[in-house]
Design a protein around this ligand. Structure first.
Ligand code: URA
Length: 257
């Protein structure tokens, strides 16, 4: 058995891109899932990926292609699958993707901008892991005018409750009579990081838009719309070995805007 590709049934179903793990469990409990023709209701049942035939409603699971979605998230949408309070979520905006994808990191409800979603866990891990140093760039409108020293502080690192922030690239975009607009590029993604950094200066964030992740920008995508990444775009965020592995399987569907 050594080296055999064994996975739990729950994992196999959710990885097939048909639904979340919770949905996979529901289908199993409902008796809709078979392994080699026999109904299996135990989500922890081991499946041998080379030999076992898994089916949902009698239809064999197909090897799924990897899908990478770039969404221009508007404010007012949660980066979660379902909200107990029934508020809008990013899934309301990507119903027509056709494959279950999960957000790569998160944006606050009041933050707009570039959000990636994928069914490729390795890609998501790479983009979100602070060790990868993938830069994320935000446009910020602060509630006061910020001095050069304050912007410098943001760039040098701010002491937050969960430790000092890493050095960041900060550029003043423009000042109005009351506000400063600036751009900040972070290589870590802590909870509400930009908001907390600005609050540490005695101001608050009035508007926050993520405009870039690594080399990817929102470009001309209308707000609330999504498109698939091209193969080259997806590969641009992967380390070299994974780039090769992914090259054959990135979904080649036409972009949807
Ligand atoms: N920093 C924040 O404070 N909020 C976000 O949504 C993203 C980065």
């Amino acid at each position: 058995m050594a080296g055999r590709p064994l996975k739990t049934l729950e994992r196999v179903i959710s990885k097939a891109g048909l639904g979340s793990r919770v949905e996979a469990r529901t289908w199993m409990h409902a008796g809709r899932v078979t392994v080699n023709g026999r109904v299996v209701q135990n989500p922890d049942h081991w499946v041998d990926m080379e030999r076992d035939r898994v089916a949902l409603d009698g239809r064999p699971l197909k090897a799924r292609s990897r899908v990478y979605v770039l969404l221009y998230k508007p404010t007012g949408y949660l980066t979660t699958y379902k909200d107990p309070e029934g508020r809008p979520t990013v899934y309301d905006l990507i119903e027509d993707v056709g494959t279950f994808v999960s957000p790569v990191g998160r944006l606050d409800m009041d933050t707009s901008g570039l959000l990636l979603l994928t069914n490729d866990n390795q890609f998501a891990e790479r983009v979100t892991n602070p060790k990868s140093h993938v830069p994320k760039t935000y446009l910020v409108k602060a509630s006061t005018r910020l001095s050069d020293e304050q912007l410098q502080q943001l760039g040098d690192g701010i002491e937050l409750s969960d430790g000092p922030t890493r050095p960041a690239v900060v550029t003043r975009v423009r000042d109005s009579a009351k506000y400063t607009h600036f751009e900040i590029t972070l290589t870590e993604g802590r909870n509400r990081q930009v908001r907390r950094m600005v609050e540490a200066l005695g101001a608050v964030v009035l508007k926050l838009v993520r405009v870039r992740i690594g080399p990817l920008a929102i470009g001309r995508l209308p707000i609330g719309k999504w498109r698939l990444l091209t193969r080259a775009e997806a590969e641009s965020l992967m380390p070299p070995p994974s780039r090769r592995a992914a090259a054959g399987s990135v979904s080649a569907r036409a972009s949807k805007t």
